[in-house]
Design a protein around this ligand. Sequence first.
Ligand code: ATP
Length: 240
Amino acid sequence: MSELVLDVAQLRASYGKVQALHDIHLKLERGSIATVIGPNGAGKSTLLNAIMGVLPAQGTVRYQGRSVERWSLEQRVMAGIALVPERRELFSTMSVEDNLLLGGFRRLRLRQAQPLDQLATVFDLFPRLKERRSQQAGTLSGGERQMLAIGRAMMAKPQLLMLDEPSLGLAPRIVKEILHIVSELRTAGISVLLVEQNARAALQTADYGYVLELGKVTLQGESAQLAGDPQVIQAYLGFG
Ligand code: ATP
């Protein structure tokens, strides 16, 4: 039987009196990609932030069999959970390489991991970043900035990588390139939770999908099955 890297049950989160997540159940198998699709404001970012521990939530979050809901953000990072936020949050006046090294710094300090080894791994994954290693992050294209944001999260050697709308604002060709790299992560054994408004691209990339609407999972299934579901087609895939 395949192992679960993430097992979320009855997860709830609120902003004041407004409940943003209602009893979410979600599972992610090791080495697989699950996507969460849904409209603006459905609670997708809230879900990732709750799993990461940057937002208080109720319910259980089991990561590699351990309940982590009381763990601090730092403990979750150290255990191998990483989040690439929607606003890519790079240090724009610093070089590509320094942005990456900063991503590995916390781990270096606490565990004496080898950031230069991991830098080489990230450069293998994103040769474009290697070519531009000395360039200021603020001068990169949108696609390159997204690559850098993912690369920086990879510096902490995550086993669970959560991506919040990596396709946002990018041309279709670049989206394809980035999602291709995301599927390569799976072959390296990294499990990915991918939040996307671009349902078509997300379902093509992921193994399994969840539809989140108004803070509730309204549909779920194998990606291919969801992509053929009339409700999903009508609401999220449209024509063409
Ligand atoms: P988007 O794709 O637009 O980012 P989303 O699916 O990620 O949407 P969330 O950002 O998680 O949705 O928002 C879920 C709900 O919670 C929305 O109704 C939103 O207005 C609300 N919300 C999000 N952040 C806050 C906040 N800091 N304070 C109050 N309400 C918030």
